[in-house]
Ligand binder design. Structure first.
Ligand code: AMP
Ligand code: MG
Length: 312
């Protein structure tokens, strides 16, 4: 893996790689993405191949600002208000493609809608501005596995170059929202807590699987370490690694990491995938996880942990 610093030279080589259809490991505030030119179907195909991702799963188009997003998708008033308030930030909007949307059909999995987001990370924004077009950037991990939140989490052969942006500030993927009938629907909990969306009309009815077949983040087994994951553990076993939170740190495990000794859910989200990488070690039989509160970013944390625990 080639790790590049985000200097003028490093950014120029990343832009040249994107133009040539290459794959760039891109730091964002959520997780590291595997970025490709969204308008280049061959480059997009390389993402699916590198990740081993099922081809029917659509990708998120990342752009530098709202004006760039308006070239790709048609905004309704509520979606525009969300974008104006929460972009740049960990919020993805699913919207109808414009008639002349240049994003490859493969990137959108042939759907009439496209997921778009403006990331809140100086390196990602600088790359998007220098590149001058949309970039698709799913998490830079083999499909179904843990998302990378540090450059060293990226598998060596995945990207042509990885821009070093240090650890990701938010640490869980974006919240995905779609406006249906004038109300927000949350397709995937993520870095924007649901509580922060409640000032707009919101439809809390859970989506049936028939309504949401297109979200890999919605597959039952996803974000999974190699070891089995045991949730709501109150008494860890001697052969288990323990993921603790706050003062919920029962004794007895072979090894323990605490997501946030002070019980801060934002810190826990930022550490989640890194701690899971470090506990995912064949020295242990399983990863036991203490109960985590479900409020704020706890919703996204619990969503990822449930999928990490699910064996399909
Ligand atoms: P990731 O890039 O790994 O964060 O995953 C992208 C997420 O965006 C997945 O859950 C996708 O299914 C979801 N997504 C992308 N495009 C659409 C779309 N048009 N409709 C619904 N979900 C989408
Ligand atoms: Mg992912």
């Amino acid at each position: 893996m080639v790790l590049a610093q985000p200097t003028a030279e490093g950014m120029a080589s990343a832009v040249a790689l994107l133009r040539a259809g290459g794959l760039v490991g891109l730091p964002t505030e959520t997780v590291y993405g595997l970025a490709a030119d969204a308008c280049n179907g061959l480059a997009v195909a390389r993402i699916y191949a590198a990740k081993g991702r099922p081809q029917f799963n659509p990708l998120i188009a990342h752009v530098a600002d709202l004006a760039a997003a308006e070239r790709l998708v048609v905004f309704d008033p509520l979606s525009r208000a969300l974008a104006e308030t929460l972009w740049p930030g960990p919020l993805t909007l699913v919207l109808p493609r414009t008639p002349d949307c240049p994003v490859s059909q493969l990137a959108g999995a042939g759907l009439a809608t496209l997921a778009v987001r403006v990331p809140d990370h100086p390196v990602a924004l600088a790359l998007l501005r220098a590149f001058g077009g949309p970039v698709v950037a799913p998490s830079a991990n083999p499909s179904g596995r843990l998302s990378p939140t540090r450059p060293e989490h990226l598998a060596p052969q995945l990207a042509d170059v990885v821009l070093d942006g240090g650890p990701c500030r938010v640490g869980v993927e974006s919240t995905i929202v779609q406006v249906v009938g004038g109300r927000l629907r949350v397709l995937r909990p993520g870095g924007v807590p649901i509580e922060a969306l409640r000032r707009w009309p919101i439809d809390a009815t859970p989506l049936s699987s028939a309504q949401a077949p297109n979200a890999p983040g919605q597959l039952h087994s996803h974000y999974a370490p190699t070891l089995p994951v045991r949730l709501r553990a109150r008494r860890p076993r001697a052969n288990e690694a323990l993921l603790a939170f706050g003062d919920r740190q029962p004794a007895g495990a072979a090894y323990t990491l605490n997501l946030s000794p002070s019980g801060d859910l934002a810190e826990a989200a930022a550490c989640l995938f890194d701690h899971l990488y470090r506990l995912d070690d064949t020295r242990f039989a399983a990863i036991a996880v203490v109960p985590i509160p479900a409020t704020g970013l706890g919703a996204a944390i619990n969503d990822r942990l449930r999928r990490a625990a699910h064996r399909s």
